[in-house]
Design a protein around this ligand. Structure first.
Ligand code: FMN
Length: 330
């Protein structure tokens, strides 16, 4: 998820949610990797805790050369697969003829997948470009030189443009012969709310030869079990992990120790100069209990990494005392 599933967050989920067996990066623009590497390449950091990690890309059909190079780079960096985004409804992505714009555009998708496959197969051809591109990056953040036993090519999309067009879309997806397809169980026009069509996902999973991973609205372990009845090959969890990498209730100590650990990881992978992107995680850990709002308001005022770090450390080591103090102050 864009702005969410960076390497620090993924490491936290890998460490706390044992059943996890596959994770995806935030989507990265194929051209951005080469034109603005300092902003884009860090989205491809890999944590040593990740068993199976796939990089997600987006772009449009005029960027086939970039798709090729991006696919080669992703293989070179040690990922176990590449996933094409055909579902993002952000206006700036759609305006750029990428994401959900591509849904239903079968010819364009066919060409993009061909370019990706070509890049994956011929990745060693590009190695000299990559050495230059990665100059200045800490190479221990990648897995260069590791040889994954297999490399998957997959796609993530939605149920279809609308009900009428859905079946044609599903059958087209099967013709791409991808390793798997992840389907967010909503039509294009809905963003991330509205009911998730698990029965439709079940139909697709049954109809297609390609394995289908279902996605949408899973927030608990029970939710996973329920969803697996519809898409038995697998389910994907997005927002459910934000602030809750256990997918269940945990005590304050565990919750705040994890928040502190997550913060330290964020700072170590990225920067202590701009901690604002971390705040969306912080506020998600600090909710749903007595005085949560007060604690949250206090924490989000701390914009300096050292001060916030000290506060989170105290909260992690003695949550009852900090929460007790908040109650007493009321
Ligand atoms: C903030 C945000 C960013 C997202 N970024 C991506 C993305 O980069 N790639 C992608 O395939 N889906 C993205 N999604 C969609 C999610 O992967 C997922 O399909 C959707 O949120 C429904 O699943 P969930 O209810 O488990 O979150 C994003 C969703 C949100 C809310």
């Amino acid at each position: 998820m864009d702005g969410v599933t960076d390497v620090a967050f993924r490491e936290i989920v890998w460490r706390n949610f044992a059943p996890l067996n596959l994770a995806f990066t935030e989507f990265v623009n194929v051209e951005g990797l080469f034109r603005a590497p300092h902003a884009t390449v860090p989205k491809l950091y890999i944590s040593p805790f990740e068993k199976n990690i796939v990089a997600q890309v987006f772009g449009n059909v005029s960027q086939l050369e970039y798709f090729k190079k991006a696919a080669a780079l992703i293989r070179y960096l040690g990922f176990s697969g590449i996933d094409l985004n055909v579902g993002c409804p952000y206006p700036n992505v759609v305006k750029n003829k990428a994401g959900v714009y591509l849904l239903g555009k079968t010819e364009m998708i066919g060409r993009i997948i061909d370019a990706i496959r070509e890049g994956v197969e011929n990745y060693s051809r590009y190695e000299s470009i990559f050495a230059k591109l990665l100059k200045g990056f800490d190479l221990s953040r990648f897995r260069i030189g590791s040889k994954p036993t297999s490399f998957s090519v997959s796609l993530k999309t939605r149920l279809g443009k609308n009900r009428e067009a859905a079946a044609n879309w599903w059958y087209f997806l099967d013709t791409l012969k991808l390793d798997y397809i992840t389907i967010h169980g909503r039509y294009s026009k809905f963003k991330h709310s509205n009911a998730v069509g698990w029965r439709k996902l079940q139909l697709v999973a049954y109809a297609l030869k390609t394995p289908v991973i279902g996605n949408g609205g899973i927030k608990t372990k029970r939710g996973i079990q329920r969803a697996l009845r519809y898409t038995p090959e697998g389910v994907m969890i997005g927002r459910g992990f934000i602030g809750n990498p256990w997918l269940e209730k945990v005590d304050f100590k565990t919750r705040f120790e994890t928040l502190y650990q997550h913060f330290k990881l964020y700072v170590s992978y990225f920067s202590d100069q701009n901690i604002l992107p971390f705040f969306k995680h912080l506020v998600a850990y600090v909710k749903g209990f007595d005085r949560a709002k007060k604690l949250k308001l206090e924490l989000i005022k701390l914009r300096d990494a050292k001060t916030l770090g000290r506060r989170l450390k105290r909260l992690a080591s003695n949550p009852e005392q900090v929460l007790g103090q908040l109650r007493a102050d009321f």
